[in-house]
Design a protein around this ligand. Structure first.
Ligand code: ZN
Length: 285
């Protein structure tokens, strides 16, 4: 069991509300790098137990957390992976995971501001699986073994950019700066009573917009890992945004405005608090 966070781009544990720098705790400077740490996730369980008798760096509540994974190599997004969301989008259920890229430069911390790129920017709360091994062609039955843990994410989406042109291309509209807040912690799989069944929710400006359980996913996390790894080699720290439940702004005709705070939450993992601020839209070519 472990809860991995990052502070000043260094990996740390959150142990009962206090944080512990991994490099200091282990005496191994290479573990400061979150990508290195997640690639050694099997060792982190024993290291986490050492927190109980080690000096802490301070209280997690008083630290500014970064994303638990810094500069991942690959960030996959899955579209229409909840039945109700496919319905509200007027889309047929996909025959295979509908996969797009969020470019890694959009990844941000759990309390990062979100600069709005226009007046059609939307929220999408999602469970995010974090890969812990370099693998390809993983069998469904082996897939949980290569997942280092789960975190929570917001797949912030500029619908205007996302749906420009035919066929639409999702990557850029979902990749503006800070359009991928994740955190607050990467939680190891053994921490969850059932890693396939977590409650997740999203409030915008105090109004509950999304509420579901990850057991409603059309393509489960093991299925996603098996499918993606049959095509792309996966690396430690790679992120899979597993899809969003119903209740997004596009279906409500209501989008994010500067000054509004998005609060996203999930069982055990915790909450993201991201405030929208005025930003810059794309150049019109
Ligand atoms: Zn999404």
């Amino acid at each position: 069991m472990f809860r991995l966070v990052s502070i000043n781009q260094r990996s740390a544990f959150d142990h009962e509300g206090s944080w512990y720098d991994l490099a200091e705790l282990s005496g191994d400077a290479t573990l400061a790098d979150p990508l290195a740490a997640v690639g050694r996730h099997r060792e982190l369980h024993a290291l986490y137990d050492r927190c109980a008798s080690a000096p802490s760096g301070g209280l997690v509540a008083e630290a500014t957390l970064g994303p638990p994974i810094v500069q991942p190599r690959q960030v996959f997004g899955i579209g229409l992976n909840y039945r109700d969301h496919a319905g509200e989008s007027g889309a047929a259920l996909p025959p295979a995971p509908l996969t797009f890229t969020k470019f890694p430069s959009c990844i941000a911390g759990p309390t990062a501001d979100v600069p709005l790129s226009g007046d059609m920017v939307d929220w999408e709360v999602e469970i995010v699986a974090v890969i812990g091994e370099e693998v390809s062609h993983v069998a469904v039955d082996d897939a949980w073994d290569v997942v280092a843990g789960l975190t929570l994410g917001q797949d912030i989406s500029d619908r205007g950019v996302q749906l420009t042109g035919v066929p639409p291309q999702f990557c850029l509209g979902k990749s503006f700066a800070n359009y991928g807040p994740i955190g607050p912690a990467l939680v190891s799989i053994d921490t969850f009573a059932d890693a396939d069944d977590l409650a997740l929710w999203c409030d915008v400006a105090g109004e509950r917009m999304q509420e579901a359980r990850s057991s409603e996913l059309i393509f489960s996390i093991p299925t996603l890992v098996a499918y993606l790894s049959s095509i792309c080699r996966l690396y430690p720290g790679d992120l899979i945004f597993t899809g969003t439940p119903s209740g997004v702004g596009m279906a409500r005709g209501r989008y994010l405005a500067a000054g509004e705070t998005i609060v996203s939450g999930a069982d055990v993992i915790g909450e993201l608090h991201n405030t929208c601020v005025a930003g810059t839209g794309p150049v019109v070519p």
